[in-house]
Ligand binder design. Structure first.
Ligand SMILES: [Zn+2]
Length: 82
């Protein structure tokens, strides 16, 4: 049995407004671009090569292109930008 992959969804008609499995939304706590070491980074081509976003509520890390949850990290281990 393959592991079940979770996906976030988006608001009807708005693919840029995500709804996490935990209920967080883009307009709620929001999502932050992160690097492979779970540090929040600026969403630039240079700093942000993973194309992954972390949910600020539950720590799920999401691939922005597929909307698949790629891993889940402890929210307190994420290093947020000030
Ligand atoms: Zn979440």
């Amino acid at each position: 049995m393959a592991g079940k992959v979770e996906y976030v969804t988006h608001e009807p008609g708005d693919e840029d407004s995500w709804v996490c499995i935990c209920g967080n939304t883009t307009s709620g706590d929001g999502f932050a671009p992160v690097d492979p070491h779970d540090h929040e980074v600026e969403p630039t081509d240079d700093a942000w090569k993973t194309r992954q976003l972390a949910c600020r509520t539950c720590g799920r890390v999401i691939n922005r292109d597929t909307l698949a949850v790629v891993r889940k990290v402890d929210i307190v281990s994420i290093v947020w930008m000030a």
